[in-house]
Design a protein around this ligand. Structure first.
Ligand code: AMP
Ligand code: GLY
Length: 432
């Protein structure tokens, strides 16, 4: 068998986890990462091309001739990287540009959900400030105001009252803080429930559930403080039992994939559905056209089989009869962030203890915002610096394992949540 070469696009903890898992594949001979991060150095060859430099990535791919390109972040997918690679005859995992609008345009996603009867919060779409303002003033319930386009996770305002909702509209539509991404807004009803990240791998027709995780978006323990890219995750999520999962597949994933096919834009790649479970009813908060970060870090650790054939077959449009078994044990990921994150992270701090952490049984550390110093050690270079993951027979053991890893690592100003996974402790027994 000819061994395969894979190009992974991106540079965060998610991409490090993908590189880590792909490099374990007996089918894979080499992993190249663009631009990657120095933590991947032992597993992948790094190519200095930014993930959102689409032309640069295509040139790199034409030169490297990988058997498969795996794209981590949303921006290149929404920008049409898969289309560009396909037109060069290069296989890539991810949706084409037209399908990536599920994440690239919240109004597009909401219209699809309306059309195909997928449960989601009631909503309205506005291009005009005055009309949006009137809607907010007349609303009877708490609202969430969302920029239509990509804003690196910062374009969603979960508001408490009319004033906050109006302020959000102002930021998006008048101040244009996110440029054109906020010239159109989606305003929807605020849902209260338990949030989960549901991931599937789709070949356009068939799909495989690839695990449920719970992210921790707020900076501080107890879900307080500002929203972040994600401070930690765990998988499986005990309250996601079989019945709920069936609802998610029957009421959300199947109609969505069917609807996309009907529209002539079959969805291939990883689909991450952000779901609010209200009572026992799942509602879609958002679609993401890629793995979550830090969700990928826990899902990759629980993925028992060789990941390569799954990715290759999904990208090729035929998962065939593939079946996936996730590890029954639990995984927990704790993000170590810089002081000042998310607003103004202070970087350049020397990091100690990564190797010691990795010597702890079950611990695996993924890099995100790190760079190498001249003496070979690492320093912080971003907001989210490292993700420390741990595995265990159950959630409790995985929490203990991950925090044992965390306890070995130090850098000036390091901050992390102490309660990752705690919400999963409270409830009964689940499957995924
Ligand atoms: P989104 O990018 O659309 O998922 O929004 C980011 C975050 O805002 C989600 O992860 C939720 O925590 C929150 N959120 C979004 N929509 C709603 C909603 N309708 N009700 C309550 N919270 C929401
Ligand atoms: N962890 C949430 C995201 O990747 O969007």
């Amino acid at each position: 068998m000819d061994k395969k070469k894979v190009l992974v696009v991106g540079s965060g903890g998610r991409e490090h986890a993908l590189v880590w898992k792909l490099s374990k594949s007996p089918m894979v001979r080499e992993v190249v990462a663009a631009p990657g991060n120095p933590g991947m150095g032992k597993l992948a060859r790094l190519a200095p091309v930014a993930a959102d430099d689409l032309d640069g990535i295509v040139l790199l791919a034409c030169r490297e001739k990988p058997d498969l390109v795996v794209i981590g972040p949303e921006a290149p997918l929404v920008g049409g990287l898969v289309d560009l690679l396909r037109s060069e005859g290069i296989l890539a995992l991810g949706p084409v540009r037209a399908a990536a609008r599920l994440e690239g345009s919240k109004s597009f996603a909401k219209e699809i959900m309306r059309e195909f009867g997928i449960p989601t919060a009631p909503f309205a779409v506005f291009d005009d400030f005055k009309e949006a303002e009137r809607y907010v003033r007349e609303a009877k319930r708490p609202l969430v105001v969302k920029a239509d386009g990509l804003c690196a996770g910062k374009g969603v305002f979960v508001t408490q009252g009319i004033d906050e909702a109006l302020a959000a509209l102002h930021i998006l539509m008048r101040e244009r803080k996110f440029g054109n991404a906020g010239s159109r807004v989606v305003i929807e009803e605020r849902l209260v429930g338990r949030e989960i990240s549901y991931h599937v791998l789709s070949d356009g027709r068939r799909f495989l559930p690839i695990g449920v995780a719970q992210d921790h978006k707020r900076l501080e323990d107890g879900d307080r403080g500002p929203n972040t890219g994600g401070m930690g995750a765990y998988s499986p999520v005990p309250f996601v039992h079989q019945e709920l999962e069936e609802k998610i597949t029957k009421e959300i994933v199947e109609p969505l994939l069917h609807g996309m096919r009907l529209k002539g834009i079959p969805y291939t790649g990883v689909l991450f559905v952000g779901i609010m479970v209200v009572g026992d009813q799942p509602y879609v908060l958002e679609f993401n056209v890629r793995f979550g970060d830090p969700e990928a870090q826990v899902l990759m650790r629980r993925w028992r089989d060789d990941v390569y054939p799954f990715f290759e077959k999904a990208a090729g449009g035929d998962l065939g009869e593939m079946r996936l078994e996730l590890d029954a044990s639990s995984a927990v990921a704790v993000v170590l962030a810089s002081e000042g994150y998310p607003d103004a992270p202070r970087t350049g701090q020397k990091i100690d203890g990564i190797e010691e952490a990795e010597q702890e049984a079950g611990v695996c550390v993924f890099h995100a915002g790190t760079r190498r110093r001249e003496d070979g050690s690492f320093e912080s270079a971003g907001g989210r610096v490292l993700t420390v993951t741990g595995m265990g027979m159950d959630l409790e053991a995985a929490i203990e394992c991950a925090y044992r890893g965390v306890s070995r690592i130090r850098f000036e100003g390091m901050r992390y949540r102490k309660d990752i996974g705690a919400q999963g402790r409270c409830v009964g027994f689940g499957l995924h």
